[in-house]
Design a protein around this ligand. Structure first.
Ligand SMILES: [Zn+2]
Ligand SMILES: [Zn+2]
Length: 255
């Protein structure tokens, strides 16, 4: 059993063949997935999907790239949607300094407001971070995000930063990049973070693992991430699958 903690099956790239993608995931042993919505259309689609498939759950939030577009009404709407029984987390939220659509101060404000909402609703948070590690960690600390904890999704930082996040009640989720030959940092993180704080994900359709790098990613490939972690930690694939699934179920409150 594998738990893919971050999928975008709500992306239009899956419109044509969603049923086949889901069947391949099942064949690969994927038992649970969290569909992440990050704006109005993707949240609506995520909710439709979790109502259709019992093994899908949703996380909803506002992406930092689009922070500039988030209104008070949007945040109130996210709060309303979060009452859905299959919404298990808030996010993805965070900071993304790679794209310059939303100014940093706007991103920070939208991030802080969503952490506040998560604390109010007592839901864990899924963090997106690109080129902004220092500010992300600082905001998590200042907003006392430790209270709800959550996931550093597709973590690309150092083992030292991973340790800091684990101390703040966060799990480290590894995706396709851990399988890339030149990915020294994610490999070191996989080796050093204890298995009971690790999660696996695809972030599909993005970031496909080796040997599918550059192609459309899909949940079945999360198996390759688990295999890579097993190899790096020198433990069995079954152990990685079992413990990361238990970690995710516990974090999301899934029985
Ligand atoms: Zn992300
Ligand atoms: Zn994502």
């Amino acid at each position: 059993m594998l738990f893919d903690t971050h999928v975008h099956l709500n992306d239009e790239q899956f419109n044509e063949d969603l049923q086949e993608v889901i069947e391949r995931a099942k064949e690969a042993g994927v038992s649970h997935m969290v569909v992440v919505g990050f704006n109005r259309p993707t949240i609506e689609r995520a909710i439709d999907l979790v109502e259709e498939y019992d093994f899908l759950y949703a996380s909803i939030g506002w992406h930092p790239v689009d922070a500039i577009d988030m209104t008070d009404e949007d945040l109130a709407w996210i709060e309303e949607m979060a009452a859905h029984p299959k919404v298990v987390a808030l996010g993805e939220m965070g900071l993304d300094y790679h794209w310059d659509k939303s100014p940093h101060d706007v991103q920070k404000e939208v991030f802080r407001r969503q952490i506040g909402l998560a604390k109010k609703l007592k839901l864990p948070i899924i963090i997106h971070n690109r080129d902004a590690t220092e500010d992300v960690v600082q905001i998590l600390r200042e907003e006392n995000a430790e209270e709800v904890g959550g996931i550093m999704h597709c973590f690309s930082g150092s083992a030292e930063t991973a340790k800091e996040c684990v101390e703040m009640n966060f799990h480290i989720s590894l995706g396709g990049p851990v399988t890339f030959k030149n990915a020294k940092k994610p490999k070191k993180v996989a080796m050093e973070v204890p298995l009971d704080r690790l999660l696996i994900e695809t972030d599909c359709p993005y970031l496909a693992p080796h040997p599918f790098r550059g192609k459309r990613n899909e949940p079945a490939y999360v198996k390759l991430v688990a295999e890579q972690i097993a190899e790096l930690k020198d433990i069995s694939f079954e152990e990685v699958a079992k413990v990361t699934t238990e970690n995710a179920k516990k974090l999301f409150g899934i029985r």
